[in-house]
Write a protein that binds this ligand. Structure first.
Ligand SMILES: [Fe+2]
Length: 177
């Protein structure tokens, strides 16, 4: 299957491969969890579009989002969500999944949580490969428990590399710990 991205997407070939792997992981979970068609499509589309502006320039991302202060690495989700909404995408879970996929969101239901996990657990990332594969395999039977583990791992990873935490991430962790 060719990966369908919006015409305005700005992605490198490597990014396109990452997006395809995220979609594949989401589709595997959808089948294993026997999702209804609407939710399966929501997961797939969230995966397809979450990084559509990941390789867009800082100026354009700040123009689209109106965000002048946030770190640029946090802007591609909100920017893609706002472009999709302008184009008529109205599924709230899809837009919220994409908008917050970099930092997490305490109000997420399953679509946002699934994208957040798939983005981190897709097999192409070079670190923690065994641990992440085990987590990915457990998602269909222990969705919320794995989500909590992934949030914790991503926070630990951020702290270890000296990065700060967005307030959305802190709120999410306090909500699920
Ligand atoms: Fe991603």
């Amino acid at each position: 299957m060719t990966l369908q991205l919006p015409v305005w997407a700005v992605v490198t070939p490597k990014r396109r491969e990452h997006i395809a792997r995220v979609v594949h992981v989401l589709e595997q979970w959808s089948v294993a969890m026997e999702l209804d068609i609407d939710e399966a499509l929501a997961w797939r589309d969230a995966g397809r579009w979450h990084d559509a502006l990941r390789d867009e320039g800082e100026y354009a991302l700040r123009m689209i989002t109106g965000e002048l202060d946030r770190p640029v690495g946090m802007l591609h989700g909100p920017a893609a969500a706002s472009r999709l909404a302008i184009e008529g995408e109205s599924r709230h879970p899809v837009l919220e999944a994409i908008r917050w996929h970099t930092v997490g969101c305490a109000a997420w239901q399953r679509t946002g949580r699934a994208l957040y996990m798939a983005d981190f657990l897709e097999p192409g990332r070079p670190f923690l490969q065994t641990e992440r594969a085990l987590l990915a395999a457990r998602v269909p039977t222990a969705f919320d428990a794995v989500f909590r583990d992934v949030v914790r791992l991503r926070i630990e990873w951020a702290l270890r590399s000296g990065k700060g935490l967005a307030h959305e991430t802190v709120r999410l962790w306090n909500d699920i710990r």
